[in-house]
Write a new protein. Structure first.
Ligand code: BG6
Length: 487
């Protein structure tokens, strides 16, 4: 059997994720000619609908969410590859029917025996699905591989994540499990590794001697919307920081991996995550800020006395030779003035001593008009890199002017920038786990998040579409710094 051929079995056929992300991504991959020839989708849902009705519904979702115009040929080809299968996935006996259905297709209609199970479902269903697959023998390997893709949230703390992981590992080995963090599929997050390790000019400076602080910020314009029931139980710390922001941090701050192989990269991230300095009662009080936007409690599905945070800002440190003493400031929030995500690296000023220890220190006064060098890695909506340099102002007197060098990737490539899900789906089909979270990484991120003494963290209200709570600004002002993304 062809290693790349694949039957993708989606649990959650009519859910938001399938309609908004998976099907548009598959359409895009079909259009680009990236899907294997032998590729089929079995979409599992509870609703009693015909194949035509299901495809029609997907078509409407595509119209709403695809990032290119719908290519009719590609859509027709993809639609023919999709089969809707109705079952109640909470009933173990129904997995027999699924097994029979798959076997018949695999024998009679040449569906591939390489099986990709995609759980586009809330995590409370993960265990029952995995058990159903295992107990009926659907996982018996008749193809080259079985792979499992899981969406977050993966647990709500370390203890619950461990239980979930043990349940899943009863049926799937670690190398078969692909835990999605869609930020790892974003172009500019992938570009961080490239920028750091394919340019001689950055890596020698990527340490506490030259870098003053690093900021990772993800702001959202929207509120919680229809996801309120999930979000109100989760909050920004677990919804965003534990996964997307800590993964971005790990990639930004890790030591160079020995090679660019999946496990070497993940080893480097694991080392970094194990070096995060845990929060104490005191630092939870001083270095973490929670916020809630003003109108949050009026959202449908939110408890009237909810204390869920929709905003987080925190300062953390890393205990290793490279980063000792350098603050990392992370922030994320909903209902802020714009949607944006970026990593900002603030270099030390030329009047700060950066000579190696023991060597005499040569410092230069800051000239009028000079600023610190700032490297911005812009993740979204614009994708690109900008670097601020001090240059001489053309004049007879010596004055400095800041030159901003900007590379806008999304302006050059426009709609050709692939969506994260396109890259990640292709990675799973190819068996490349580089951009997926390994269990030890996940465990360490929960361990770190669990160290925050939540009862010590103040919850501050902030204006809808305002600048976030002032306490978040004060966190940096106290250190004579500022958030660069809200300039
Ligand atoms: C998800 C969170 O993982 O990421 C959402 O659950 C959040 O609350 C979303 O809105 C943000 O992703 P993106 O790609 O729009 O920045």
């Amino acid at each position: 059997m062809n290693e790349l051929s694949c039957t993708m079995i989606i649990f959650g056929a009519t859910g938001d994720l399938t309609r908004r992300k998976l099907i548009p991504a598959l359409h895009q991959l079909q259009y680009g000619g990236h899907l294997p020839e032998d590729f089929q989708v079995v979409a599992i849902g509870r609703r009693e609908i015909t194949q035509e009705e299901y495809r029609e519904d997907l078509f409407h979702a595509m119209v709403a969410y695809t990032r290119i115009l719908i290519d009719e040929d590609s859509w027709e080809t993809l639609a023919r590859r999709i089969t809707y299968y109705k079952m109640d996935l909470t009933k173990t006996e129904e997995y027999r029917g699924l097994q029979t259905f798959l076997k018949e297709r695999q024998h009679g209609e040449n569906f591939s025996c390489n099986q990709l199970f995609y759980l586009a479902m809330a995590p409370e269903f993960f265990t029952v699905i995995v058990d159903g697959l295992k107990d009926t023998g659907i996982l018996e390997e008749t193809g080259n591989w079985n792979r499992l893709v899981l969406e977050k949230p993966f647990g709500k703390d370390l203890a619950s994540a461990k239980v979930l992981n043990e349940n899943i590992q009863r049926a799937f080995r670690e190398e078969q499990i692909f835990r999605i963090d869609h930020y790892l599929g974003k172009e500019m997050i992938q570009n961080i590794t490239m920028l750091r390790f394919q340019n001689t000019i950055f890596e020698p400076l990527w340490n506490s001697r030259y870098i003053d602080n690093i900021q990772i910020s993800v702001s959202e314009l929207d509120g919680v919307g229809s996801r309120a029931p999930y979000y109100d139980q989760t909050g920004a710390l677990r919804d965003m920081v534990q996964n997307h922001l800590l993964q971005t941090l790990a990639i930004t701050a890790m030591d160079p991996p020995k090679t660019m192989e999946a496990d070497q990269i993940r080893d480097a991230k694991v080392k970094l995550l194990s070096e995060l300095i845990l929060f104490t009662e005191e630092t939870s009080k001083t270095n973490v800020v929670f916020g809630q936007y003003e109108s949050y409690k009026n959202e449908i599905g939110v408890q009237e006395n909810s204390v869920t945070e929709t905003f987080v800002a925190l300062k953390l440190f890393i205990d290793n030779a490279r980063w000792r003493g350098v603050p990392f400031y992370l922030t994320t929030g909903k209902k802020l003035p714009e949607k944006s995500a970026q990593v900002t690296v603030e270099f030390k000023a030329p009047n700060q001593c950066v000579q190696p220890e023991g060597e005499p220190c040569q410092v230069f006064d800051m000239q009028p008009g000079s600023q610190v060098n700032i490297l911005e890695i812009k993740i979204q909506p614009k994708e690109g890199i900008s670097l601020r340099l001090n240059t001489k102002k053309p004049s007879v007197i010596s004055e400095t002017v800041v030159a901003e060098m900007e590379y806008c990737q999304s302006c050059q490539n426009n709609f050709n920038t692939p969506d994260a899900y396109e890259k990640l789906l292709l990675d799973v089909i190819h068996g490349d786990s580089t951009r997926f979270t390994r269990w030890d990484e996940l465990a360490l991120t929960w361990y770190f998040i669990d160290s925050i003494h939540l009862d010590q963290v103040p919850l501050c209200e902030y204006e809808d579409l305002g600048r976030g709570p002032w306490e978040a600004h004060e966190l940096l002002e106290r250190d004579q710094r500022k958030w660069w993304h809200v300039e």
